[in-house]
Design a protein around this ligand. Structure first.
Ligand SMILES: O=C(O)c1ccccc1N[C@@H]1O[C@H](COP(=O)(O)O)[C@@H](O)[C@H]1O
Length: 221
């Protein structure tokens, strides 16, 4: 697999840039402290523009059922990115309630952190491996920080995984060559400042990731 996700979209123009560039997944943030947070009204407006051209992924952080119900009603997501401390039992309950794939985030800074993924093997559909937030970080994600991708040599790959954290148009090819992820995910690396996406950077990211995946495929033949 070679999926490309652009996360934290918040305007029709940047959403269209991601869709036209060929992103497979577009992510929408429901986390009030984030500069990328969307109201339900805005999410409904943006979601309606997608029209099946990409999977709509709703990002939340330790959301309760009432919150997820409102997110589901506004966006009608094709997947739920669970970016908090959701337990395996909570992930299973969310999957059962909403019937869409669950992308469980695992925060990584050492090989030992990858062991946390084991508990989600039978309940999540995907793992999303993101850099453990720095101690002074304001948010549990979207911090634009990479981790050592060679740690992925230690990952049990029975579940597909997306690689995330600090990716950008300049480093995504190296990330794909090193970590062999099933997908790549970016937010701040295609922005001019927090919450402000740049269409040229979105296009450059998708192009670089597509090229790297095509090269990896060609060299595996
Ligand atoms: O983007 C945010 O503000 C955010 C807030 C809370 C949890 C996650 C958040 N972002 C997600 O983190 C990853 C990596 O982002 P980056 O590429 O390093 O900026 C991505 O999925 C973001 O959407």
């Amino acid at each position: 697999m070679s999926l490309i996700k652009i996360c934290g979209l918040s305007t029709p123009e940047t959403l269209e840039a991601a869709l036209a560039a060929g992103a497979d997944m577009v992510g929408f943030v429901f986390f009030e402290k984030s500069p990328r947070h969307l109201s339900y009204e805005k999410a409904a407006e943006l979601g309606a523009l997608v029209q099946g051209r990409a999977r709509k992924i709703a990002l939340s952080v330790d959301a309760d059922d009432a919150r997820l119900d409102a997110i589901a009603a506004s966006l009608q997501p094709d997947g739920l990115q669970l970016h908090g401390k959701e337990s395996p039992e909570r992930v299973a309950a969310i999957k059962a309630r909403y019937g869409v794939p669950a992308y469980k985030v695992i925060h990584v800074s050492t090989a030992a952190d990858l062991a946390a993924a084991d508990a989600y093997r039978d309940v999540a559909d995907w793992l999303l491996l993101e850099t453990k937030p720095p101690k002074d970080a304001l948010h549990p994600g979207g911090n634009g920080v990479t981790f050592d991708w060679t740690l992925l040599d230690h990952l049990d790959r029975r579940l597909p995984f997306m690689l995330s954290g600090g990716l950008d148009p300049a480093n995504v090819a190296e990330a794909i060559r090193t970590g062999h992820p099933d997908g790549v995910d970016v937010s701040s690396g295609v922005e001019d400042r927090p919450g402000v996406k740049n269409p040229d950077k979105i296009r450059a990211f998708v192009k670089a990731a597509r090229h790297a995946y095509a090269s990896a495929l060609a060299s595996s033949r």
